[in-house]
Design a protein around this ligand. Structure first.
Ligand SMILES: Nc1ncnc2c1ncn2[C@@H]1O[C@H](COP(=O)(O)OP(=O)(O)OP(=O)(O)O)[C@@H](O)[C@H]1O
Length: 251
């Protein structure tokens, strides 16, 4: 499958799943979320942590061109997001926090086949691809199931598989496991760890990030700490405990 199908320019992505932000400024709803953010993201598994509203989802959306910076540049797999917005979803698959923001088709098969079809795969091939992907993740025969009849966790699983169906180099996960039961969470964590692709995952479940290569802590749109999971998660945990204690002492 060609990862570049759908690109509107002749530029080709690099083989590395690197992301590079330079001087990124972005406001949303009249609030400045990022103001001069510089970041290089190249490790295979990177976690994003931070309090509510710190900018994690916004950063992920910048990385697959769902949002464009007001100023500065974002480059993913060598493609500048402003110039290559159409090519990015196949290269940088996105799994939303809220499944209703992602799912657009009535059946599981249509949802998963959509990305490959958009990339130019034939219909029969795209549906066969969807069927294989489902079977490989314990969901054999789900193609014809109505999405609205699935549980929230099953919908989330379908969203992850739909993102994988396009063969992305980079998977952007925004709280992907929030509604999954423990067995499915463990199964998918293991599968994601085994996949030959890069992952950037925002989560409040810090345990999920312990085996990652790097964790970035965002605080009000700035990088508060960045490095080895043990160090960054300990620092963020300390911040969270201090903040919780301060809230507890309010009148
Ligand atoms: N659709 C939107 N319209 C306007 N402002 C938004 C929108 N989405 C987010 N924001 C603002 O952007 C800022 C960053 O939000 P973002 O969703 O990136 O935070 P987050 O770290 O992902 O938070 P959470 O942990 O709650 O998911 C917040 O100030 C938020 O109010």
């Amino acid at each position: 499958m060609s990862a570049t199908a759908g690109s509107v320019t002749a530029a080709s992505p690099t083989s590395a799943a690197d992301a590079r932000l330079r001087g990124v400024r972005l406001s949303r709803g009249g609030r400045t979320v990022f103001d001069g953010l510089d970041l290089d993201l190249s490790e295979r598994r990177i976690g994003l942590v931070g309090d509510n509203g710190s900018g994690k989802s916004t950063l992920l959306r910048l990385l697959n061109g769902l949002l464009l910076p007001d100023a500065g540049t974002v480059e993913v797999c060598g493609l500048e997001t402003r110039a290559h917005r159409r090519a990015l979803p196949a290269l940088a698959g996105f799994v939303f926090q809220n499944v209703d923001h992602q799912i657009i088709f009535p059946t599981v098969g249509e949802e998963i086949a959509f990305g490959p079809l958009e990339q130019g795969m034939g219909k029969a091939q795209a549906y066969a691809h969807a069927g294989r992907l489902l079977a490989a993740h314990g969901c054999a025969g789900w193609e014809g199931r109505a999405v609205e009849e699935l549980s929230e966790g099953q919908k989330q699983l379908v969203c992850i598989l739909a993102a994988l169906a396009s063969g992305p180099r980079l998977l952007l996960l925004d709280e992907p496991f929030a509604s999954l039961d423990l067995p499915t969470r463990l199964f998918l964590s293991d599968r994601l760890a085994a996949l030959d692709l890069h992952v950037i995952m925002a989560t409040h479940d810090l345990h999920l990030l312990e085996g990652f290569d790097r964790v970035v802590w965002l605080d009000r749109g700035r990088v508060a700490a960045d490095g080895a999971p043990a160090t960054v998660l300990a620092a963020y945990g300390g911040h969270a405990r201090a903040k919780a204690a301060a809230q507890g002492s309010l009148p």
